[in-house]
Design a protein around this ligand. Structure first.
Ligand code: FE2
Length: 132
């Protein structure tokens, strides 16, 4: 039986689910004009950020309407989780799972963000962008 990676992408209401990436981006942008977006995990319900349990990365994609495949806009890897030779959570520095990116598009489309928790796997969300 074929096992499908898509079955492992989880989604839920970000207001009650600590793993959901939240996309902050304008709903409407100007054609060809650079705009900013932010993606953050654990906005309403904070996710643990320690050696044993943390968010490893966030990746952001854009699918322009009518195009066959999507574009990878960028990604961030979160590398500090408090680990040390003295054991887990022995150091106080932990990267916050949040990233800011910017891009431009001539076409409307859909922003997708995915994130990965070392315990709870893959999560995803999306946001539609119109172009004027
Ligand atoms: Fe988790």
């Amino acid at each position: 039986m074929m096992v499908d990676l898509r079955d492992h992408f989880q989604s839920a209401d970000w207001k009650s689910e600590k793993h959901m990436p939240v996309i902050d981006a304008p709903s409407t942008v100007k054609k060809g004009e650079v705009f900013d977006l932010q993606v953050e995990v654990g906005r309403e319900v904070s996710h643990p950020n320690k050696t044993e349990h943390h968010i490893r990365w966030i990746a952001v994609y854009f699918h322009p309407e009518g195009e066959k495949s999507l574009h990878e806009i960028g990604r961030a890897e979160f590398a500090a989780h408090g680990g040390s030779t003295q054991g887990p959570a022995a150091r106080s520095v932990c990267t916050n799972p949040s990233v800011e990116l910017s891009f431009r598009t001539d076409k409307p489309g859909m922003i997708f963000a995915s994130s990965f928790c070392n315990i709870h796997g893959l999560w995803m969300t999306s946001k539609k962008v119109s172009v004027v």
